[in-house]
Design a protein around this ligand. Structure first.
Ligand code: ATR
Length: 292
């Protein structure tokens, strides 16, 4: 793992989040809380970027007072050709959520969504086996989640997507690395796989506050039952319609906030070389969300 150039004495270092929109991101709240907690002279900013300004924005990361950046919707794939190198995980997922200016000045793309989800799920499961899983969606977030699930020992992963072709491509691309059976399915034909799964993970944006799918769930409520763990990578709202349906059916739920903070913690370590104060970050994230 290549960490960044680190924090220089006597100057305030900068990092930030590149995306559109980023005004509602809670990353500044928990990253700045982490800098304060460790006495690091750095600040985390929001860098709202238009598509035509993306290359120029990424070029500014080469400036000496920049630690790096996070990348979010809709640029996680678009930044790839603008970087000098990719970590193994970023190359596998084909998406970058963290950029680090390495010691040699190169811009390196990482994907900390894998580690973020893996940590959040591992905590929730404790020592319980992962078993059979159904992943909803087949974009960059789904790729990160599939790799994390495979690393946690899933037996079999069904990947259900509205556009079946994307699910097939994901399964073909990741089959070898995952090392467990991956089964592509159309979303409309996924009821049986979802019912048979011990763990279900929504990686689509359906249910996200302010988005197109606000107030909706990507799968019918009758699909859930007790004994399942239903996870949503959507962090806002704290309880999505999917999680509400799952809880009503007696299933356990895991929301996206921990994953969000843990991917941020992994990015923090890449930028600063220091262990992230995760408790401080979780508390700050909780505060920022409560203020909405
Ligand atoms: P990300 O990198 O965040 O995963 P993405 O690559 O745009 O974002 O992928 C979004 C995922 O959400 C896709 O699986 C998408 O399904 P399609 O491949 O069919 O587009 C899914 N998605 C988005 N809106 C959806 C909706 N209204 N119903 C079902 N799936 C939806």
């Amino acid at each position: 793992m290549s960490t960044g150039t680190g924090v220089a004495e006597g100057r305030t270092m900068r990092c930030g989040i590149i995306g559109k929109p980023v005004g509602h991101s809670i990353s500044p709240a928990f990253q700045n809380a982490a800098f304060r907690a460790l006495g690091i002279d750095a600040r985390y900013e929001t860098w709202e970027t238009e598509p035509e300004g993306l290359a120029a924005m990424v070029a500014t990361l080469r400036e000496a007072d920049v630690l790096g950046a996070n990348v979010t919707v809709p640029y996680k794939e678009a930044v790839l050709p603008l970087l000098d190198r990719l970590s193994e995980d970023a190359a596998l997922v084909g998406a970058v959520n963290t950029i680090v200016r390495a010691g040699d000045g190169a811009l390196v793309g990482h994907n900390t969504d894998i580690a973020g989800f893996q940590r959040a799920l591992a905590e929730e499961l404790a020592a319980a086996p992962v078993g059979r899983v159904a992943v909803i969606g087949a974009g960059g977030a789904a790729r990160a989640v599939v790799l994390a699930l495979a690393r946690l020992g899933a037996w079999e992963i069904a990947v259900a997507n509205r556009t079946i072709e994307r699910a097939i491509t994901l399964c073909d691309d990741l089959a070898e690395t995952a090392g467990v059976p991956l089964m592509p399915l159309p979303l409309t034909g996924a009821v049986r796989a979802v019912r048979a799964a011990r763990i279900i993970v929504n990686t689509t944006s359906v249910g996200m506050a302010g988005g197109e799918g606000d107030g909706r769930s990507p799968i019918p409520a009758m699909t859930f039952h007790a004994g399942q763990l239903v996870c949503d990578v959507v962090a806002n709202p704290l309880e999505t319609p999917l999680m509400r349906d799952a809880a009503a059916a007696g299933a356990r739920t895991l929301g996206g906030r921990r994953m969000l903070v843990y991917q941020g913690g992994a990015a923090f370590t890449l930028w600063t070389g220091q262990e992230a104060p995760l408790d401080v970050m979780l508390e700050a994230a909780r505060g920022a969300m409560a203020g909405r």
